[in-house]
Design a binder for this molecule. Structure first.
Ligand SMILES: [Zn+2]
Length: 99
């Protein structure tokens, strides 16, 4: 699997307030774009990129395509598990969303 990390504007996660300045795609060649669904690495909130890469809250139920919904649910579940198992989550070296 090839991951791609893209620097984005610095902003705070609208759910948990963590600083976010990057997006990592976990599909080969995935690049964030306006309208992309993403998951906060800190709190597992589902969001969407609006205009100018501004994060806005969203729901996994907003995802139309079943494969995209399943992909996003896997990310939410993985981050939720990491949060439960690691008292120091999120790692300070990572401040990004996953798409
Ligand atoms: Zn968050």
């Amino acid at each position: 699997m090839l991951t791609t990390t893209t620097r984005t504007r610095e902003q705070l996660c609208p759910s948990c307030g963590e600083l976010v300045d990057a997006a990592t795609g976990f599909r080969d060649g995935a690049q964030p774009a306006d309208g992309s669904f993403v998951v906060c690495i800190a709190c597992a909130a589902v969001m969407r990129y609006g205009a100018d890469f501004r994060l806005v809250m969203a729901s996994i139920d907003d995802v139309d395509h079943p494969e995209d919904k399943a992909h996003l649910q896997l990310i939410v579940d993985a981050i939720s598990t990491l949060r439960r198992r690691n008292a120091t989550w999120p790692p300070r070296s990572r401040r990004e969303v996953i798409t």
